[in-house]
Design a protein around this ligand. Structure first.
Ligand SMILES: Cc1cc2nc3c(=O)[nH]c(=O)nc-3n(C[C@H](O)[C@H](O)[C@H](O)COP(=O)(O)OP(=O)(O)OC[C@H]3O[C@@H](n4cnc5c(N)ncnc54)[C@H](O)[C@@H]3O)c2cc1C
Length: 449
């Protein structure tokens, strides 16, 4: 079934796949371009991934870190949003294939479908680990964490079986942020919720393969993150790796076996599974190879931006999979298409301008580094982190709500979003076919014993 062309057939049709950072940026900047734009996403909302860990640890609600995709584009007359999962592309026919069986034709295609979690083939991870890339995954993790406390409250013997051992894998920003937030949740909030549980028995264990946390940061920032986490009670294992996971144990390379029912995998990303259906040349990390104008070699009408793109810097090094790369790629491709359709000088190659890096470690603790070499840490870096995340969050209502929530959490040490509302991760409701799959999934137990 062919999906009709959205507005007219008199101007080119630009299709953007993915309403993440890159997709939103390119779609917005195509506002003034004489073209029909279709934005497709498997969810009907944009997810602000950097704050997902706050949903998983009960600090924020999903609605505060996501925004309706249709709502974002109310005033953009040349854009239509379509909820659907893209499963393939016929590059010769210039046609997208959707999970619903529909097809959509394009004149220009921008792939911005992001990345997925890389389990590196470690046995048991796919089956038993919790991931943090989507709202359903964050909600599922939140429900599981609090359920573990409910279970131990009902049966304290489960403590000996590791029911309150939480192992995080990966000492990058997500692992650091998540472990810092977990100890705070336990010591400030769940301690009061569960007076019958000795909450100090709950362990947060962060496992990192290399000898350092926050790899790309300066040594002093890395040391600060390590010191703060250890001081706050996180058990950090450096030069250690997870080699096997079962529903009740995590096996480490050193031979240690940790009784554990919660493994949070923050160890790596790889290109979206969509790449497997595309038959395009890939770079390391299953990202699509692009040229200096972010288009696919041999397909000048197809562009790839953000986490999915194997875009490189002037030294040929792959760019990091972070929001500013996706945003700048989106702006670049929109301008390239504007010049192509309206006339203008040829674009110079895409060059990423690094705005600096930052990571929060927990309450009033963060590290931030500017390209000039200026470094901040502690309360100042934490305030900068809060401020920047508020600025980049989509929607005025979300910004106000998050700001109020953060102030409330800071002054009261409380976290109001600690409800057990479980969902089935990775099963978006985008088509009838999915509903059938969802029903099948519902028959499976959701929470792990
Ligand atoms: C937990 C976490 C914390 C992070 N923290 C930071 C941070 O602090 N700072 C930072 O700079 N970066 C951070 N990142 C990385 C940053 O979020 C990504 O680099 C950025 O989101 C990439 O943007 P993107 O547009 O390429 O993809 P995404 O933002 O991932 O968007 C991809 C979109 O494509 C949609 N999609 C996927 N597959 C399909 C399909 N087949 N059909 C239709 N739609 C599809 C998805 O639903 C999604 O909306 C974090 C990431 C995570 C997961």
């Amino acid at each position: 079934m062919k999906r009709p062309h959205p507005v007219s057939r008199t101007v080119p049709h630009i299709v953007v796949v993915g309403a993440g950072f890159g997709g939103l940026m390119v779609a917005r900047h195509l506002r003034e371009v004489d073209a029909d734009v279709t934005l497709i996403d498997k969810y009907n909302y944009h997810t602000f991934q950097p704050l997902l860990y706050q949903v998983a640890t009960s600090a924020l609600t999903p609605e505060e870190v996501a925004h309706s995709a249709r709502g974002i584009f109310h005033r953009q007359k040349n854009l239509r949003f379509y909820m659907g999962k893209v499963e393939g592309v016929d590059f010769a026919a210039k046609e997208l294939e959707l999970a619903s069986g529909e097809t959509i034709t394009y004149d220009y295609l921008i792939l911005a479908a992001g990345a997925s979690t890389n389990d590196f083939g470690v046995p048991g991870v796919k089956e038993h680990a919790f991931y943090l890339k989507t709202i359903p995954q964050a909600l599922h993790m939140r429900a599981h964490i609090i359920t573990q406390f409910e279970r131990v409250d009902a049966d304290p013997k489960l403590l000996e079986k590791g029911a309150l051992n939480f192992v995080l894998v990966g000492g990058g920003p997500t692992g650091v942020e998540m472990s810092g937030a977990l100890v705070e949740l336990f010591t400030h909030v769940l301690k009061k919720d569960y007076p019958n549980i000795e909450v100090s028995m709950a362990k947060v264990i962060l496992v990192e393969m290399t000898d350092r946390l926050l790899g790309p940061f300066h040594a002093s920032s890395r040391q600060n993150a390590l010191d703060v986490l250890r001081r706050r009670g996180v058990d950090v294992h450096l030069n250690e790796a997870v080699v096997k996971v079962t529903p009740t144990e995590v096996h480490l390379k050193s031979g240690e076996i940790i009784p554990c029912q919660t493994l949070i995998w923050a160890a790596g990303v790889r290109g979206n599974p969509l790449v497997e259906a595309l038959d395009l040349e890939l770079t390391r990390g299953f990202r699509i190879k692009v040229n200096e104008h972010l288009s696919v070699p041999g397909h000048p009408e197809v562009f790839v931006i953000g986490d999915l793109a194997g875009s490189v810097d002037e030294n040929g090094q792959l760019l990091p999979q972070v929001a500013p790369v996706a945003n700048q790629g989106g702006r670049y491709v929109a301008e390239l298409l504007r010049r192509k359709l309206h006339g203008g000088p040829k674009m110079t190659p895409f060059r990423y301008k690094d705005p600096g890096i930052m990571a929060t470690i927990g309450r009033a603790a963060a590290v931030a580094e500017l390209p000039s070499g200026l470094r901040f840490r502690g309360f100042t870096a934490w305030l900068a982190w809060l401020f920047l995340h508020l600025i980049y969050l989509i929607g005025f209502r979300n910004r106000m709500s998050v700001m109020l929530n953060w102030m409330y959490n800071y002054f009261t040490y409380d976290r109001s979003a600690r409800l057990i509302v479980d969902v089935i991760p990775d099963v978006p409701a985008y088509s009838q076919a999915t509903f059938v799959k969802q029903e099948e999934k519902l028959k499976e137990p959701v929470l792990r014993d």
